[in-house]
Ligand binder design. Structure first.
Ligand SMILES: Cc1ncc(COP(=O)(O)O)c(C=O)c1O
Length: 393
């Protein structure tokens, strides 16, 4: 088959092959997922909102809509950006996307040419990295500490590499590490990037799942030069199956994204936009988010408590204040991918961390998810994993 040359740059994700290994093993307690807890989907409320909107707005919901998005949905997002993120947005700054994954793909197409360099946190979300790969770019990973990206290192990288075109960052409860950047680090980051001609893609699907600590403003809210493209999503605060997400950016960026979307899919699903607006009008999304925060905090606290008790002292891990993941660092001589076979034999699964590094990275890291497992599974699974770790750490 005469596929495009671009297809040579698209490789199956290393995580998918790990997930296949896990799926092939029966009765595992899996900390490998990256999904929200389905018990939190507000099914009854969504059913009521959906019936009502079909009755009252059915003709609108099943019809074609605007490429930019359904106007009442855009109004809700403008409100959200202003009230929750303190971003001075108007309708001209917003375009709906089919998941923030499409936002990432749109950014890659809009900004990247062959030979460009993308800077990402080390490690970072694989889906963001992979969205850039078809454009023939290379990557530079910049390390993060507990405060966020190392901005001194970033400054050096940007000064030495004029081909850096785009920075991809997840400042809130990052996938895979669960880390959140401090306010000072965000300010330092903005100061650095403002010196260079670059675009920053700020991916924020977890920001509203803060269950501890104080709100920290987004990079976009500090953006005085229109350089930050903010990606938001309903996947973690309502339901990922809806595929509702948005870009909040300079109107010039929104216009370009609209042009691309016309060719890709004409528009986002009109039905779910009308449905979600009806849900937000009739039910309390903020109260629902508070419920998610409470449950995730309980599960995260329990997992950390179990890790404190069961993991060997040579193993360290992040203590997230939100999101869905904990990042575990094993002693340097332990290969988390090899150890996964032993873990699976004992009935537990996790994701080895190495694939999250754009240019490859240390083999002794693990991503643990605490949202899809029950409290019983957390207790049992962490005890088992602790025993497995004690054999090698
Ligand atoms: C950091 C990050 N960005 C983007 C996405 C994609 O989210 P969406 O469901 O909005 O496409 C995910 C999904 O897990 C993610 O972790």
């Amino acid at each position: 088959m005469r596929f495009s040359k671009r297809m040579d740059m698209i490789k199956p994700s290393a995580i998918r092959s790990v997930q296949k290994r896990i799926a092939a093993t029966e009765n595992v307690i899996s900390f490998a997922a990256g999904l929200p807890d389905p018990a939190l989907f507000p099914l009854d409320d969504l059913e009521k909102a959906t019936s009502k909107m079909i009755r009252e707005k059915g003709e609108l919901a099943f019809q074609y809509g605007l490429t930019k998005g359904y106007d009442p949905m855009i109004d809700k997002l403008v409100e959200r950006m202003r009230n929750k993120e303190k971003i001075d947005a108007s309708a001209a700054n917003i375009i709906l996307t089919t998941g923030s994954q499409q936002g990432l793909a749109l950014c890659a197409m809009m900004f990247l040419d062959e030979g460009d360099v993308v800077v990402a946190e080390n490690p970072s979300y694989l889906g963001g990295i992979n969205a850039c790969r078809p454009y023939g770019v290379s990557f530079i990973g910049v390390d993060t500490d507990d405060e966020g990206m190392d901005t001194k290192e970033l400054d050096k990288v940007l000064a030495e590499n004029p081909s850096v075109k785009m920075l991809y960052v997840i400042p809130n409860f990052q996938n895979p590490t669960g880390k959140a950047w401090s306010l000072q680090r965000r300010k330092d980051f903005m100061e650095v990037i403002n010196k260079y001609d670059v675009i920053v893609v700020e991916d924020n699907p977890y920001g509203e799942i803060r269950f501890k600590g104080d709100f920290v403003p987004s990079l976009k809210s500090m953006d005085t030069q229109g350089k930050v493209v903010y990606l938001g999503s309903f996947s973690k605060i309502l339901a990922p199956g809806l595929r509702i997400a948005w870009i909040c950016a300079d109107p010039e960026v929104v216009k370009e994204a609209e042009l691309i979307k016309e060719g890709w899919d004409l528009q986002c699903n009109q039905f779910v936009q009308v449905q979600a607006v009806q849900y937000m009008e009739d039910f309390d999304l903020e109260a629902h988010i508070a419920e998610i925060q409470q449950l995730y905090m309980k599960k995260c606290d329990l997992m950390l408590e179990m890790m404190d008790k069961e993991f060997p002292e040579s193993v360290t891990y992040t203590r997230p204040e939100g999101g869905m993941f904990i990042w575990v660092v094993l002693p340097e001589n332990v290969d988390a991918d090899v150890l996964l076979d032993t873990a699976l034999e004992h009935g537990v699964a996790y994701i080895p961390g190495e694939p999250f590094f754009a240019n490859g990275g240390p083999k002794n890291t693990i991503r643990m998810n605490f949202t899809t497992v029950s409290e019983d599974q957390i207790k049992k699974g962490i005890k088992i994993l602790g025993d497995v770790l004690k054999t090698v750490c």
